[in-house]
Design a protein around this ligand. Structure first.
Ligand code: TEU
Ligand code: CA
Length: 539
């Protein structure tokens, strides 16, 4: 990595504002709630707060359906609150990363209200209108991606929910409008952008091309030049794809994005030959290990990895990559496995205290538009899945699992608010799993993440964790992930990724232990690893 960037050694913490902290006790998280928790986040050791969309929205998709990019969703607070959050972060050397949804808007957006009025309206071609539902395209949220609109007797295209009409990026006016929106917020001191489904803005509907269209990179580069390229900010794109596509997006000479989220690991529990996340399959940790290695080796020479295991769209990492039988140890093993790699760490709210999936057995207790879209499609309309099997899949993979209110303490509603009915059920395990418990226990998951982040920033080991060369060790081990990081220090990372004991021969003599989840003496040579045992040592 030739050019060092200010965000290389920073930690990003993703906040889903609706579920983080409800300061005004109306059942919905808000910006003032986030402001009240900045010292907690600073103590954890995070630097950048990625907020999922806080712009005006009817909330059909909890903010990923924007009706005004230049205003703050009154559910979350005011523009004044947002300005205060940016200011209060800066006082703590923390920054805000905003979530720009540029593939689609809400159908409540004025652009769409105008567009649907008539075929010759000035905004008509901001969106994608056709006489027929071309290619019978399916929505990512189940059902058809075409919605008939009787005002002008045409269909409009929506990759996601009906209330999320896709913008027509073949219209240069869309580029100009989105550039203006981005510049508005960067001028206010926002220091990062996460681009929602950016791989879709090169779509060519008439050629049945939805993702990675031929003009995609030209468009992203143009957006860079017209907006965020003028600022020294951190950018990451949500781009469902493979290593080659990730390199195309993040090679610095292309001037597009700094990083992308690759989903080959996190979507490996979904059987896409059937119904994706609603056909969950057991995790294959050897596949996860090999995929992480592929991106470490494949991406780091050209650009930079985004390290993550959870977000607002996935189930909890303990349920998906760890085990509820080893909630504490597997959470710590996942932390070492993923955040000693080369790249910028991203952690999701609640991951730092070991929050787990919520058990919901009534479809009506699920709030997510994706769950209800697929329930209607698979259980009601096509009848290809029983309600019981659908609910079982949701317990493992539904996005609601990561949208339950943050668990602050063991008071009512886990301290998320003062008792007003929360928009989403609180996980019953909040009496045991909460911030307050974690803060009291020096051996808690919170303190483990805090130590790990402090090590990544330490003078002694920081340079090696941030810039050290990655090398896989013991490649033939199926259940144990051993890798090294070399810079001015030699560091070896050992992770038993499974629930059973494993025997390995350590590749290097132990000089000193830097971090470990079991409290053990470590010697050289042949060692027995307990379930989810993980440690980091200097050699
Ligand atoms: O997600 C894109 C996306 O494809 C995921 O929602 C995917 O369908 C699945 O849920 C992941 O397991 C982005 C946002 O992260 C998501 O919250 C929005 O719902 C979606 O785009 C539409 O904006
Ligand atoms: Ca509130």
């Amino acid at each position: 990595m030739k050019l060092k960037k200010w965000w290389h050694d920073k930690i990003v913490y993703e906040i889903y504002p609706k579920s983080f902290m409800d300061a005004n006790n109306d059942g919905i998280g808000d910006i003032k709630g986030i402001i009240g928790k900045l010292d907690y986040l600073k103590e954890l050791g995070v630097d950048i707060l990625w907020l999922t969309p806080f712009f005006k929205s009817p909330m059909e998709d909890n903010g990923y359906d924007i009706s005004d990019y230049l205003s703050v969703n009154e559910m979350f607070g005011s523009m004044k609150d947002m300005d205060e959050l940016i200011e209060k972060c800066k006082e703590r050397n923390m920054y805000i990363m905003m979530d720009v949804v540029l593939n689609h808007t809400s159908s409540e957006h004025n652009w769409f209200k105008q567009s649907r009025k008539s075929k010759d309206n000035a905004y008509r071609n901001y969106y994608i209108w056709r006489d027929e539902p071309l290619y019978n395209m399916e929505s990512t949220f189940g059902g058809s991606a075409w919605e008939y609109d009787d005002v002008t007797n045409q269909y409009y295209f929506h990759e996601f929910a009906k209330g999320q009409p896709d913008l027509n990026w073949e219209n240069p006016k869309v580029m100009d409008e989105m550039s203006k929106c981005i510049n508005f917020w960067l001028k206010k001191g926002i220091k990062g952008i996460r681009f929602d489904v950016i791989h879709l803005i090169g779509k060519e509907i008439d050629n049945n091309i939805l993702s990675y269209g031929p003009t995609l990179h030209k468009k992203v580069h143009e957006l860079y030049e017209k907006s965020y390229g003028k600022y020294d900010i951190i950018t990451v794109g949500e781009a469902w794809g493979d290593l080659k596509k990730a390199i195309d997006f993040t090679n610095p000479s292309n001037e597009e994005l700094d990083m992308v989220f690759q989903f080959e690991c996190t979507s490996s529990t979904c059987d896409f030959s059937k119904y994706g996340k609603f056909s969950p399959k057991p995790i294959d940790m050897e596949f996860v290990k090999n995929t992480l290695v592929k991106y470490q080796n494949g991406l780091n020479d050209h650009s930079w990895n985004a390290l993550f295991v959870e977000n607002h769209d996935l189930g909890r990492c303990i349920n998906r990559f760890g085990s509820l039988n080893y909630q504490d140890m597997s959470a710590k093993a996942i932390a070492i496995m993923n955040y000693c790699l080369k790249g910028t760490p991203y952690i999701y709210q609640g991951q730092e205290i070991g929050m787990t999936n919520i058990l919901i057995n009534d479809i009506n207790d699920y709030q997510d538009v994706e769950v209800h879209g697929f329930y209607k499609d698979l259980v009601i309309d096509k009848k290809v899945m029983s309600e019981k099997d659908f609910i079982k899949a949701c317990n493992q993979e539904a996005r609601d699992n990561n949208r339950t209110p943050m668990q602050w303490d063991d008071s009512i509603n886990a301290g998320f608010n003062k008792g007003f009915k929360t928009w989403m059920k609180v996980n019953d395990n909040y009496h045991e799993i909460n911030v307050k418990e974690n803060m009291k226990n020096s051996d808690s998951i919170f303190h483990f993440y805090q130590k790990l982040f402090a090590i990544r920033k330490s003078e002694e080991y920081g340079p090696t964790f941030v810039y050290g060369k990655f090398d896989l060790q013991l490649p033939d081990e199926k259940n144990v992930f051993v890798y090294t990081r070399n810079y001015d220090k030699n560091i070896c990372i050992v992770v038993n990724m499974v629930e059973s004991e494993q025997h390995i021969i350590l590749p290097f003599k132990v000089k000193n232990i830097i971090l470990a989840n079991y409290n053990k003496e470590y010697h050289d040579g042949n060692i027995k690893l307990s379930p989810f045992e993980a440690f980091v040592y200097e050699y």
